[in-house]
Design a protein around this ligand. Structure first.
Ligand SMILES: Nc1nc2c(ncn2[C@@H]2O[C@H](COP(=O)(O)OP(=O)(O)OP(=O)(O)O)[C@@H](O)[C@H]2O)c(=O)[nH]1
Ligand SMILES: [Mg+2]
Length: 219
């Protein structure tokens, strides 16, 4: 009887665990975001911004939501470290790409890297959220401006690669994904917009294609 009740209790309190990777160029604010998330959702606060150094490798953090655990992997964004990102693509349930909306000079570089991520077959069908960070700075581009800038960059890329055989179909697939892409504005520094981003992730991981695979494996 005890085992029956224990099993029933475990069933009722069971929490599904999902992995979310946080990527983007160095300096975009990924670690500041992860530490802000910890402060907002955990009893033990995350590091304050003055204690955060550039990431060499990865940082990890977990938060508990109703019947769900979100496990975050914040991956270093420096050029040499980006080559490890793909190792996380196969197992993650969602991808968060952080853009520094204040740094206009590096937007093009950011889109180039973002486009490389979108192209990756392993994340096709995985929920993807683009975050325009540093919205506390009045000089930052708004969500609307960030979206337009990316679309313009993409159109330009499409035009210049029309002549390359085979690339057009691939670009068309990406265009569809971009059309349904969600972009949200946040300030990792002040915490604005962060709860809305977590709500988005919470909903989207439950319906993620990879969740079906997970359930299938547990059967
Ligand atoms: N104004 C402002 N500054 C921010 C915000 N988020 C991060 N920063 C600053 O941006 C700089 C880089 O932040 P990090 O969190 O270290 O950036 P990162 O993306 O983790 O960088 P790597 O670890 O090198 O990939 C720091 O000086 C942060 O204080 C924000 O929302 N607003
Ligand atoms: Mg970092």
């Amino acid at each position: 009887m005890y085992h029956l009740l224990k099993g029933f209790h475990e069933y009722l309190t069971r929490k599904d665990e999902f992995s979310v990777i946080i990527i983007g160029l160095d300096g975009a604010g990924k670690t500041t975001l992860l530490e802000r998330i910890k402060t907002l959702y955990n009893d033990t606060p995350g590091l304050t911004p003055d204690k955060i150094a550039p990431t060499v490798g990865q940082n990890m953090g977990k938060i508990t939501l109703p019947s769900t655990i979100l496990q975050f992997w914040d991956l270093g964004g420096q050029r040499g470290i980006r080559s490890i990102w793909h190792r996380y693509f196969g197992d993650c349930h969602a991808v968060v790409f952080v853009i520094d909306a204040e740094d206009r000079e590096r937007l093009g570089e950011g889109w180039e890297v973002f486009d490389g991520v979108l192209k990756h077959p392993q994340i096709l069908g995985v929920p993807l959220l683009l975050l325009a960070n540093k919205q506390d700075n009045p000089r930052s581009l708004s969500v609307e401006e960030i979206r337009n800038d990316y679309e313009e960059w993409f159109r330009h890329k499409q035009d210049s690669s029309r002549r390359v055989y085979g690339e057009e179909i691939e670009l068309e697939q990406r265009r569809e994904r971009i059309a349904s892409l969600d972009v949200m504005g946040i300030s990792a520094l002040e915490g604005t917009g962060v709860r809305a981003a977590i709500d988005w992730l919470f909903i989207r991981v439950q319906n993620s294609k990879r969740r079906d695979e997970m359930d299938g494996n547990n059967r």
